[in-house]
Design a protein around this ligand. Structure first.
Ligand code: ARG
Length: 460
């Protein structure tokens, strides 16, 4: 049990207390950023004349050695230390002696861990943004390949109007594009450096906080030292944004599961992304989509856990906040792996275009177009709606679609029908005539694709 704070104590910590209090099992993943932050801190201490240049060089060399040794497997971050910060400091002192004892000058673990979490989160946001871009790239390819793959669009999970697969997938492209934007916004808002806040009230050493902030790529130091050590808003925002990412993936998963069902057969999930049953030989299950849908609950749980932890915490640092890590790391890992697997799954799946088209042709998906046709003949829309309603009842009883009715049958409902009705309500016309911006016609989709391609080139 190696502790940084033994001086004031006359007894050993109870072993169970020690274990309960320790965070090293999960904060060891902060090692890289902890060392990065410490290097910036001591560089600044030397520049400000608080430690000597020699002490600074020896601390930096020692920190680099620790990191290299851990990476090379020569040193393990072991549970004999309370947390990653204690591990680094104790190891540094072992290696370089007295100079190592100066590392923590003008710093507290409170601003240190606040810095580490921000550095780690910043990197994670950047990585998840790349995961989103990779998914968007796969989506855009599918969008480009399927501008004429007609399928039914649904409301209430009932067939509504024909769309194309391209158009349907573009809805997801929009969702993930917003996710990307949300992550960029969060990054901007969180990009302030807490180091120099000390335990809560700054420090008596003449630290140059601007220098450290700049060195570590932050916009500026956090403006208030108490806020700096007690703020976890950026994690809440990030887990909120990841929850929305997961919600989008979960909706997409749900659709793929439905489309992959024996009843729909719109999509075939590639064997490499599906799993079998131990008893039913015929089974090929969409487990990746189902797990993604399931893991959404886990990320929401992480968000709720952290929100609840932060609720009613008095200023400034409280040990409750150590609980931020497992929730945050779990949400980050879960979202990243789901995004990655999803990109692979959608790029390998295939679509049963004929089945989709047949499905679009059934279920009166052209009923709105038939009403619009009558509007073109001078019938007010509300009346046209009523007329087509009657046609649908007739078709239902006679087991046919609108276009399977003879002109005489249609005329029996309304004299406004003419020979040109069949062209007007064909599946092709139903899609092609939807030319408004954002609609499914190939013309509108061409515009959409152009803009989306431009965005993919410019987003950085
Ligand atoms: N492991 C701690 C955490 O994650 C580090 C900060 C400890 N600070 C303290 N005052 N005990 O929050």
């Amino acid at each position: 049990m190696a502790q940084l704070w033994g001086g004031r104590f006359t007894k050993e910590t109870d072993r169970k207390v020690y274990d309960f209090n320790a965070s090293i099992s999960f904060d060891k993943r902060l090692l890289d950023v902890d060392i990065k932050g410490s290097k910036a801190h001591v560089t600044m201490l030397a520049k400000c004349g608080i430690i000597t240049e020699d002490e600074c060089s020896s601390i930096i060399a020692g920190l680099d050695d620790i990191l290299n040794d851990v990476k090379a497997g020569k040193l393990t971050v072991s549970s004999e230390y309370e947390d990653v910060h204690s591990f680094v400091e104790a190891n540094l002192i072992d290696r370089i002696g007295d100079a190592g004892k100066k590392l923590h000058t003008g710093r507290s673990r409170n601003d240190q861990v606040a810095l580490d979490m921000r550095l780690y989160t910043r990197d994670n946001i950047t990585a998840v943004k790349e995961n989103i871009i990779a998914l968007l790239a796969e989506l855009l390819q599918l969008i480009k390949d399927n501008t004429d793959t007609v399928m039914p669009g649904f409301t209430h999970l009932q067939k509504a109007q024909p769309v194309t697969l391209s158009h349907h997938l573009a809805a997801y492209f929009e969702m993930f594009r917003r996710d990307f934007g949300r992550l960029s916004d969060i990054y901007e808002r969180m990009n302030y450096c807490p180091l120099g806040a000390g335990a809560l009230a700054g420090t008596t050493f003449p630290l140059d906080r601007d220098m450290v902030a700049e060195e570590l790529g932050f916009k500026a130091p956090c403006a208030n030292s108490m806020d700096a050590v007690s703020d976890r808003d950026y994690l809440l925002e990030y887990l909120g944004a990841l929850s929305i990412v997961m919600m989008h993936l979960s909706r997409f998963s749900e659709e793929l599961i439905i489309w992959n069902s024996n009843e729909y057969r719109f999509v075939n999930i590639d064997d490499s992304f599906a799993t079998g049953s131990s008893i039913m030989p015929q089974k090929k299950n969409p487990d990746i989509a189902e797990l993604t849908r399931g893991k959404t609950g886990r990320v929401y749980g992480d968000l709720m856990a952290l929100l609840t932890t932060m609720k009613a915490l008095p200023l400034a640092y409280n040990k409750d906040m150590q609980e931020d890590k497992e929730a945050a790391f779990d949400a980050m890992d879960t979202a990243a792996s789901c995004l990655e697997l999803f990109a692979g799954m959608i790029s390998t799946m295939t679509f049963n275009k004929d089945v989709m088209k047949d499905s679009a042709a059934k279920g009166f998906t052209n009923a709105t177009d038939a009403a619009d046709y009558l509007v073109g003949k001078g019938v007010p829309f509300r009346d046209a709606h009523g007329i087509i309603g009657q046609v649908v009842i007739y078709c239902d009883t006679n087991h046919k679609s609108i276009e399977e009715c003879t002109l005489a049958e249609l005329k029996a409902v309304s004299g406004y029908f003419d020979e040109d009705v069949y062209d007007a309500i064909s599946l092709k016309a139903c899609v092609d005539n939807r030319i408004t911006k954002g609609a499914p016609s190939s013309k509108a989709m061409e515009e959409y694709i152009k803009e989306a391609e431009q965005w993919m080139r410019d987003y950085r």
